[in-house]
Design a protein around this ligand. Sequence first.
Ligand SMILES: *Cc1c(COP(=O)(O)O)cnc(C)c1O
Length: 421
Amino acid sequence: MKTETQCLHAGYTPKNGEPRVLPVVQSTTFTYDSTAEVARLFDLEETGFFYSRIGNPTVDAVEKKIAALEGGVGALCTSSGQAAVLLAALNLARCGDHIVSAASIYGGTHNLFDVTLRRFGIETTFVDQDASDEELARAFRPTTRLVYGETLANPALSVLDIERFARLAHARGLPLLVDNTFATPVLCRPMAFGADIVIHSTTKYMDGHAVQLGGAIVDSGNFDWRSGAFPEFTEPDPSYHGLVYADAFGRAAYIAKARVQLMRDMGCCQTAQGAFYTNLGLETLPLRMRRHCENAEAAARWLAAQDKVEWVRYPRLSGDPYAALAEKYLPDGASGVVSFSFKGGRDAGARFIDALRLISLETHVADIRTSVLHPASSTHRQLSDAQLAAAGITPGMVRLSVGLEAWDDILADLQRAMDAA
Ligand SMILES: *Cc1c(COP(=O)(O)O)cnc(C)c1O
């Protein structure tokens, strides 16, 4: 099936007389006839639902759909994108281990790696994803367990050279984990370029309507965990009577362990109702992504022609520093987010935002409604201009998340605000 068809049909195929639309199974638990059957489920000798923290039919259907879209062997839905990143990392790294991550990533992931995981004894080295292979080689340690990056980074809009990062990771016997939130599998499928694990905040374009937090981890099934560097996959798990994940689950060992061990113990699961909303979003994802890309490209071109604008970043714009990588990894468009900066600095940015009427000011991206954020007066307002510069943000920078409205209406609002800036 092609992507458009998978978005509608993968994961749930009703049998004769069953609901046409994915039903919400709003039950925390599932009943069985014998204690022997329940014992086999708990020993993972049989598959079946028994408690919705570990598996639920509605969530399962969405997991299968997202796995199909990314070309993986299995997926695990989580309560948020942050939970997906957390479980994806903890499934590989434990106290004393090390992560190599691109520096240009989502702020929440940066905090998780740089502050919270350090408290767990897991260290992260942040690298410039555009540095040479020789420079990047220096970041690796004998304790490194994974390499991490974002296809299209939020909010920097840098494009990861996935093939090169996969080569660097695989040469050292390590998996590459890629957060594909901004691109979605409609615009890029990182596993086709060598990524081993793909992560999503489904809160963004997958839901797309700003109604449901969620995350997903997808396992390509391509990484061989038996090298010896990942003892948790090859040595017995005492919490399952000595089960060995690599033997019991083969190619799906990574995603099975994430579910039956980490999700069991940490509990950050998606709900049936949440999965239902995520699924509604997924059904129209290809249509929406096409329109987000068209409107964002139009906005980027228009902004680039404005006298008051100092610079515009959109990777599909010719002249963008990531135009060549975007041509390879995002041939059909670079998603709906555009960033730009005013020559007039912080005050011009604030005046622009205050003059908008249709476009709303909010702490979100990837909504069907066009929205905008001025970091210097909101998320980063405590920083001086010098501190902003160190964070890669200019005082006049605006992040525009272009939605699905008619382009003429978006343009009219942008023009009104530009006149006021
Ligand atoms: C938003 C986001 C996250 C975190 O997702 P939540 O669903 O907000 O927890 C992770 N990665 C990227 C790239 C994001 O944009």
